[in-house]
Design a protein around this ligand. Structure first.
Ligand SMILES: Cc1ncc(COP(=O)(O)O)c(C=O)c1O
Length: 329
């Protein structure tokens, strides 16, 4: 990947002259069976451009209550697009079509109208849970009945598709725009893609410039994305399998609360029971010091994520480390 980056042919992408970016955008569109694609610096920018394109100020965006757009995007939908979030609670990250339907407010003179349904699949805070294709279809159908566009935050949608054994195009069918990350599981250092129809992506390109995301000779980044498509994307099921293996190991430990059945993709969340000898933050510090990088979400829960460079023996070693720290402290 580093070699491909060094050798990339570049041009000024603000003028559409970077051949490596143009190729990456075409490949991303083809992969998701959409007309056009756009390289953006981050997943957050991809989501926020989509929100800006699909909505207008003074309207509401419906999303799952624990979704990334509500928790980790710095209130950008309000700051950049003048929109209001309408969080809908769900069963472990999988929205119910009837709950979404109840949250929709039509255009009219009294209530704040809904302008967008934003989905997240896989769902980060719900342990990488997958919303299956049949449920995706039902959610899209509800939105379409009310003439609402649908955006998918598919930061890790390729992990979800790999776990289901279907294409990301099939899983995301009917969504007007899809964002997915080249960084994260696909292993590129920077970048995310936004795909959709040609008209929407033309407008997204204008908004990307407005948000400060127009890049010049960024073909070096696109070259990494192309390697990710060719070499990393076909291996994503290994990461999902490794996460399941990690969850199975960890769930054997008496002070860890975790159901491996709830691990669908490459994210493992667990919490510590009250009998644990330390809280999650102290455990995370000890693991990080020992070279196992994990993230403590709060005092109770830890998130672990698998990726291309983590092997099965790394998984076994990491689980052993967790066990040793919890039993010898
Ligand atoms: C579900 C989801 N969406 C969007 C993002 C945002 O990506 P970025 O960090 O590239 O802005 C993340 C990042 O973790 C994520 O987990």
């Amino acid at each position: 990947m580093r070699k491909a980056m060094a050798e990339a042919i570049v041009g000024d992408d603000v003028y559409g002259e970077d051949p490596t970016i143009n190729l990456l955008e075409k490949r991303a569109a083809t992969l998701l069976n959409r007309e056009a694609g756009l390289l953006v610096p981050t997943g957050t920018m991809g989501n926020q451009i989509a929100i800006h394109v699909h909505t207008r100020p003074g309207t509401e965006v419906i999303g799952e209550a624990q979704s990334h757009i509500f928790h980790f995007e710095m209130g950008a939908m309000a700051a950049l697009s003048g929109t209001f979030g309408r969080p809908v609670a769900s069963e472990k990250g999988i929205l119910s079509p009837s709950d979404v339907e109840s949250a929709i407010q039509p255009y009219g003179g009294h209530r704040t109208p809904t302008s967008l349904l934003s989905l997240e699949n896989s769902h980060n805070l719900a342990s990488g849970r997958i919303t299956p294709p049949s449920r995706m279809r039902e959610l899209v159908d509800v939105a379409k009945r009310y003439d609402l566009p649908v955006h998918l935050d598919g930061a890790r949608v390729h992990n979800a598709a790999a776990a289901l054994g279907i294409s990301a195009a099939e899983l995301t069918n009917g969504c007007d725009t899809v964002m997915f990350c080249l960084s994260k599981g696909l292993g590129a250092p920077v970048g995310s893609m936004l795909v959709g129809d040609a008209e929407t992506i033309d407008e997204a390109r204008r908004i990307r410039k407005m948000f400060g995301g127009g890049m010049r000779q960024a073909g070096v980044l696109a070259a990494a994305g192309l390697v990710a498509f060719d070499e990393v994307l076909p291996t994503l099921q290994n990461d999902n399998n490794n996460a399941k293996r990690l969850a199975e190991h960890l769930s054997q430990l008496p002070t860890i609360v975790l159901d491996p059945e709830e691990v669908d993709t490459n994210i493992v969340f667990f919490s510590l029971s009250t009998e644990a000898p330390m809280d999650a933050r102290s455990l995370a510090t000890k693991l990080n010091d020992a070279g196992v990088l994990v993230h403590a979400l709060d005092a109770e829960s830890i998130r672990m994520v698998t990726h291309y460079h983590i092997s099965q023996s790394d998984i076994d070693r990491a689980a052993k480390m967790v066990s040793e720290i919890l039993t010898t402290s």
